[in-house]
Design a binder for this molecule. Structure first.
Ligand code: GLU
Length: 495
C-alpha cells in the first residue's frame, strides 16, 4: 500500500492581525506534520484584496517563526508548489474551472444584480431559502462559452444529502439544502475561498485539513466540488472554538487575546505560549499541564482533540510562563531575556541596569527567577538592585508591626544594624549570622527587624530573601542605603 506522507497547511487570510486563537490552528497543523515527519505548508489566502491589511503577512510569518512553527513550503522558502500566495495562482484556478466547465459541472452566471434581487424576492415570497440552483439558467448549447467577464458557478453535480467523517467530531451530515451553485471564479478573475482552497489543497497534496468549526456548514459545498472534480477529499480535523474566559462570548482582545507578537514583546517565553496554545482544545488525559515542546510532540494525538469549546484564560498563560521561566537554567534565562529584548526592542531590564555587568545582572535574575511571570515585570521587581529608591513611607504605615515604633526606636534599630553589618563579610552565610545575632541583641522578632532592614535597603513591597538580597547589593550600597534611610526618613516624617 502506498503510504502518503502527512502534509498539513496553515492558510490564513491576511485580513488583520492574527491573534492567538488563529495561531492555535497553525500550531496544531504544525504538530501533526512534525509528529509524522511530514510537511507543514504556509499558504496565504489573499483573494479578497479589498480586505487585505498591510503588514498582515509579515506579522503572520513573524508569529510562526517566533513560535518555532517553521514551514517546509511557502513564502520565502518556496517549494515545488510555488507560488504560495493565492493571488499569484489565478491561472491554476482557471485551469480547473475550465475543466469543470468542459465537464458540464460549471456555467457562467448570466444574471444581473437586479435579476438576482428579483429571485431573492421570489424565494422570500414563497417562504423558501434562496438557492441559486433553483434559478439555474437553461443552456441549450452543450459547450458553454465563458468569456471570463461573468462569474463562473458550480453546477452541483448531484443534489443529495452528504455525510462525511470528521476526525474530531465523528460522522457529520447535512441535507441537500446545504448545496448550491456557488461562485467558483468571480467576475474580477479571482476565485472564491470555497473553490480556491480545494484546488490548492489538492495541488499541494494536503492530507489533513485542520481548521475551525466555522467551515463545517460549508462542507457539503466543498464535497460537491471534490465530487465534480473526481477528487478524493483529505482528512478533516475540526478544532473546537476558543471562547473568552467568561464563556459564551467569542474570544476577543478584551478577554486578553493578543497577537502572539504582543506576548513576545511583553516577555512571555515561546515554550509557554506553545504549551498554552496546545492546551486550547487538546489534553492527553492526564492532569499534566506543564509540557515542553518535545513532550507535547510525544503526547499529542488527533483522537484527543476535544469537541467542546476551549476556554482562553490569560492567568493560565501567566502561570505556565512562570513555570517555564523557572525550568530554565539561569544562564539560559539570561540569554533568552537578552535575545528577546534585542528582537523586540523591549527594555526588559530597568534603565539603570545598563551600568551593571552581566555577572551582576545574572545574580539579580537568580533572586527573582522564582517570582517572575513575564520579563516586562523585571523593572518593577529589580530596580532597587540598580539604583537607590525614593523612600515610601506607605510601606511603613502599612506594616502593622513597624507602624507601632517611634522614629527614635527605628533609628536606633537601623544604627545597630549598620554596626553589625559593618563587621560582616557579606557572604550569604556571613549575613545570615549577623542578622541572627542582631535579632538576639535587639530582642526583636524577624518579622519586625528584617522587614525594617528590607524596606530601608530596597523600598520595595516585596523582595527576595534578605540575606541574599543584601549579598547582591554588597556592603557599600547596603550601608549607604541604611544611612540614607535614617536621615531621609526622619525629614520625611517631620514634613
Ligand atoms: N483563509 C481561511 C481563513 O483564514 C482558511 C480556512 C482553511 O483553513 O481552510 O479562515
Amino acid at each position: 500500500m502506498l503510504v502518503m506522507s502527512v502534509r498539513t497547511r496553515f492558510a490564513p487570510s491576511p485580513t488583520g492581525m492574527l491573534h492567538v486563537g488563529a495561531i492555535r490552528t497553525a500550531l496544531f497543523a504544525w504538530i501533526i506534520a512534525k509528529q509524522n515527519n511530514g510537511d507543514f505548508i504556509l499558504r496565504i489566502e489573499d483573494t479578497d484584496k479589498k480586505r487585505e491589511v498591510k503588514g498582515a503577512v509579515e506579522q503572520i510569518k513573524e508569529s510562526l517563526k517566533w513560535l518555532g512553527l517553521e514551514w517546509h513550503e511557502g513564502p520565502d522558502v518556496g517549494g515545488e508548489n510555488s507560488p504560495y500566495f493565492q493571488s499569484q495562482r489565478l491561472d491554476i484556478y482557471k485551469k480547473y474551472a475550465r475543466q469543470l466547465l468542459e465537464a458540464g459541472h460549471a456555467y457562467p452566471d448570466p444574471y444581473t444584480q437586479e435579476q438576482l434581487e428579483e429571485f431573492r424576492g421570489q424565494s422570500k415570497n414563497s417562504n423558501k431559502p434562496f438557492l441559486f440552483r433553483d434559478y439555474r439558467p437553461e443552456f441549450s448549447d452543450k459547450s458553454i462559452e465563458w468569456d471570463e467577464t461573468k462569474p463562473l458557478r458550480l453546477k452541483v453535480p448531484e443534489v443529495k444529502p452528504y455525510s462525511w467523517q470528521d476526525e474530531v467530531r465523528g460522522k457529520l451530515s447535512a441535507g441537500p439544502e446545504a448545496l448550491d451553485d456557488f461562485i467558483l471564479i468571480k467576475a474580477d478573475g479571482f476565485p472564491t475561498y470555497n473553490f480556491a482552497h480545494i484546488v490548492d489543497d489538492y495541488e499541494m497534496k494536503i492530507t489533513h485539513v485542520i481548521r475551525g468549526e466555522e467551515f463545517i456548514s460549508s462542507m457539503p459545498k466543498f464535497l460537491s466540488v471534490y465530487d465534480a472534480l473526481g477528487w478524493q477529499p483529505p482528512k478533516f480535523i475540526t478544532l473546537p472554538p476558543v471562547l473568552g474566559k467568561n464563556g459564551g462570548k467569542k474570544l476577543s482582545k478584551r478577554e486578553g487575546a493578543m497577537s502572539v507578537l504582543e506576548y513576545r514583546d511583553q516577555g512571555y517565553l515561546k515554550e509557554a505560549v506553545f504549551n498554552f496554545l496546545s492546551s486550547l482544545g487538546w489534553n492527553d488525559g492526564t492532569n499534566q499541564e506543564v509540557y515542553s515542546i518535545d513532550e507535547i510532540l510525544n503526547a499529542f494525538s488527533i483522537e484527543r482533540i476535544q469537541k467542546s469549546p476551549a476556554r482562553f484564560e490569560p492567568e493560565k498563560l501567566s502561570w505556565l510562563n512562570g513555570h517555564h521561566i523557572r525550568s530554565k537554567s539561569i544562564e539560559q534565562l539570561f540569554e533568552t531575556i537578552k535575545n528577546q529584548g534585542l528582537e523586540t526592542g523591549a527594555k526588559f531590564w530597568p534603565e539603570a541596569a545598563g551600568k551593571f555587568d552581566n555577572a551582576y545582572k545574572t545574580q539579580v535574575l537568580k533572586l527573582v527567577q522564582e517570582r517572575l511571570k513575564h520579563f516586562d515585570e523585571l523593572p518593577q521587581l529589580t530596580k532597587f538592585f540598580f539604583e537607590d529608591q525614593p523612600i515610601d513611607l506607605e510601606l511603613i504605615k502599612n506594616n502593622k508591626q513597624l507602624s507601632r515604633f517611634s522614629m527614635d526606636e527605628i533609628k536606633a534599630l537601623l544604627k545597630q544594624t549598620i554596626d553589625a553589618l559593618e563587621q560582616s563579610d557579606f557572604s550569604i552565610a556571613g549575613l545570615t549570622d549577623s542578622l541572627n545575632n542582631l535579632l538576639q541583641q535587639t530582642s526583636q522578632k524577624p518579622g519586625v527587624l528584617f522587614s525594617l532592614v528590607r524596606i530601608a535597603t530596597t523600598w520595595a513591597p516585596f523582595s527576595p530573601p534578605l540575606a541574599e538580597t543584601l549579598a547582591v547589593l554588597g556592603k557599600e550600597t547596603t550601608i549607604r542605603r541604611l544611612n540614607i534611610a535614617i536621615s531621609n526618613w526622619e525629614s520625611a516624617t517631620r514634613n
